[in-house]
Design a protein around this ligand. Structure first.
Ligand SMILES: C[S@@+](CC[C@H](N)C(=O)[O-])C[C@H]1O[C@@H](n2cnc3c(N)ncnc32)[C@H](O)[C@@H]1O
Length: 259
């Protein structure tokens, strides 16, 4: 399923940074949880990040590996990859691939050297062909290697979707992302030949201390449709007045899928 959002918004590194910053004020530490999930693979492992953006997980995960390991980050956004190149300081060698995870040629580096881990966080639902992408991930992995997908689960963002839905259409892509995408990853991975799936779940809450803080997040997200700001502000302000904060659910699923 395809989003109605523009390609510029999907690729925008400044919008991504604003959203990542807004998500920091949360009940549980998402990064810490992800770090603890890093699978048991060799310290000199070869690892690929699909849709690495400005390198949130690349910076975090590469810290767990030795200088003999190798990391690759793939993204279609040149701007985000430039950001990664400027800020990367970990031991493992890092190569950045500017390209689409939907294109066969983006994986050409991995036809001879097979990978221990291919992971993606909050990125693969932008694919035009999930089945094909999973096949490319499978072919890039060694036997026993792990395909790790981190993404949203049902219930995510329910608090503000309840406010948005009566005001304007929320595109069907969003329902796909929250309800159908991760189950589809499981189904297609099994079809592709992966041998087992290990799920893990984090129930988190992101806190917006004011209606303005929430609007800043919303206007940098793919949910944003102009023309409704006043009504959204009022509805969020009501919650902040009543509860002291606007809390939004982030139910996060990690799937570690073994070849
Ligand atoms: C929501 S961001 C997630 C970035 C990072 N994984 C994180 O969690 O912060 C999604 C990323 O996927 C990238 N992306 C979207 N479509 C892509 C494609 N076809 N091929 C490669 N990257 C893509 C975007 O440019 C963006 O950086």
């Amino acid at each position: 399923m395809k989003t109605n959002a523009s390609e510029e918004d999907v690729k925008s590194t400044s919008m991504l940074k604003t959203r990542v910053n807004s998500n920091k004020n949360s009940s549980k530490d998402f990064d810490e949880w992800c770090f603890q999930q890093i699978p048991e693979i060799p310290l000199d492992a070869k690892v690929l990040d699909l849709g690495c953006g400005n390198g949130k997980q690349l910076h975090l995960f590469s810290r767990a590996f030795s200088s003999k390991s190798g990391f690759w980050g793939m993204d279609i956004s040149r701007e985000s990859l430039d950001d990664v190149a400027k800020t990367y300081t970990s031991r493992p060698k890092l190569e950045l691939i500017e390209g689409s995870f939907d294109k066969e040629e983006s994986y050409s580096a991995f036809s001879s050297q097979k990978l221990d881990l291919v992971y993606a966080a909050y990125a693969l639902y932008y694919t035009k062909n999930l089945k094909n992408l999973i096949k490319n991930a499978y072919n890039s992995l060694k036997t026993g290697g792990i395909f790790w997908v981190i993404g949203p689960n049902s219930g995510t963002n329910d608090e503000f979707l309840k406010i948005l839905r009566p005001l304007h259409e929320v595109e069907p892509f969003m329902d796909y992302v929250f309800d159908d995408f991760m189950p589809e990853v499981i189904e297609l991975s099994k079809e592709t030949g992966f041998s087992s799936v290990r799920p893990s779940m984090l129930r988190n809450k992101v806190f917006f201390p004011s209606a303005d803080a929430f609007m800043n997040y919303l206007s940098n997200s793919l949910f944003y449709r102009s023309g409704h700001d006043d009504k959204i502000l009022m509805a969020v302000q009501e919650v902040v007045d009543r509860e002291g904060v606007f809390a939004v659910s982030k139910n996060i699923l990690s799937l570690q899928i073994r070849k």
